[in-house]
Design a protein around this ligand. Sequence first.
Ligand code: B12
Ligand code: SF4
Length: 450
Amino acid sequence: MRILLIKPETVGIFSFTNLVDHEPLELEYLYTMFRSMGCKAVIYDRRYDLTSLKRKLRQTRPHIVCITGYITQQELMIRYCDVIKDFDSRIKVILGGSNVELNYGNYFRSRADYLYHLSGLSNLAELVRRIGKGAPVDDIKGICYRKDGKWKVNPKVIESPASLPVPDRTYFYRNKDRFRYLCFRPLALVKNSFSCPRQCSFCFCTNRNSGRYACRSVESLVDEIASLKVPAIHITDDDFLISREYLTEFVRLIRERGIHKKFLIYGRADFIAHNEDIIKELASIGLSLVMVGLESPDNDELDSYNKHTTSDDNLECVRILHENGIYCAGLFIVHQGMTKADFRRLYRWIADKDIIPTVSVFTPMQGSAMYGGYEDKLLTKDVTKQDLFHCILPPEHMSLRSFTLQYYKLSLKLAWKNRHSGLYKDNQYFRSSLFIIKVLLVKLKRLFSF
Ligand code: B12
Ligand code: SF4
């Protein structure tokens, strides 16, 4: 069986930068699994491959097309289904990925055949086997399928990432110079867990895998890291800093195996604040950057997000990371209740600390716990605006335009302040400008040849 695997083009602000780019690890997983089943799989990464979809279909003549995507790419995924079905209605189309997992209902209006709403892949293998045999699929857990013209939703199962195959990185090595996080390059992604044990109310990720956290064994994680021929690894776990025991064993094994790499992770401020000894050990084996949700300097606001951290934790976290030579990539939220004075206060709080910040706009993302409470207040239902860079709730103390202006002013002032950071040392402004022109030309081309 021939299977085409599609990763959509980047949508929104991320499409204009080549400073942060990652391998299509989800498709590499699918590729690995399908190859092990004897299928011929082809990765079609539309972020770089400018071949039109119709041409790709002619070249690969797939029996099945699998499409991944995030929330901002939802409408693109639906549009691909139309192109594929118009090309050949016999091709079976399967949609999956983070957004389909929680928001599969959004795709009922698509012409897809199956929606895969799980984090793991075992049931996908079964689905493809049944499609190959023309057998019924109604007992396969974690899928939506059509019966008598109506969508049926089969129940989910709770899974563990231990069941994932070791990804075949042929695609990665062929293109590895593209993949980076600022000065960390080439950079590989490693997926080690599903979901998160905490329940911050704005968080989408925690509701994946039916809200149940599961991670791989330390041995299998270290084996995969050891096998990667790259200097930098981004562990994609939504929170890697969960268990002292796990991390102690991780440090021990990395040392024992003589692995010398730089690690980028996500972690929580309270863990860092209360486990300075572990952070020191992690720094000694290569921990270089932690993306940490500091969200706000204000305790009431942290409580309103069900964050279970305090502003003292935040301060302590920034100190510990700094003293251990680890970049603190602090993630902050600005919200619709802020005044201009609040924006200034936030700038001052961040600016005099060792933080490389990313400021997001408070977004009740569909799939997060808080979405229901805000659904009827949203200024727009356009999913491309759920990218954390748009204000989608009415600001309380200023117009939408002023809020947007305040937000961009804050982000630009912070970026300017940090322009000499080592993180940006590889940034070539001329190349970046050329890249923006290239992106605009590609967007133009796609208007005519999608
Ligand atoms: C790294 C990352 C990025 C990278 C890009 C990574 C990449 N490979 O393209 C960067 C930094 C560029 C990025 C950007 C954005 N991201 Co991001 N990102 C992540 C992160 C941390 C890891 C994603 C990853 O690569 N995981 C590894 C793969 C293997 O795991 P997976 O995607 O979960 O896939 C599994 C299953 O879903 C399944 N699967 C996946 N696809 C398919 C397809 C089919 C057909 C099937 C059957 C199965 C299947 O297979 C995998 C096996 O376990 C996640 C958070 C997380 N921990 O998941 C957020 C996350 C995916 N991002 C998110 C968002 C919102 C964005 C942005 C829109 C906005 C923003 N400000 O970040 C932009 C959009 C960029 C774009 N593409 O247009 C959201 C998506 C929410 C949603 N509803 O879709 C997440 C979940 C984080 C969050 N805030 O909640 N992101
Ligand atoms: S924001 Fe971070 S800590 Fe909170 S639930 Fe989400 S992944 Fe977990």
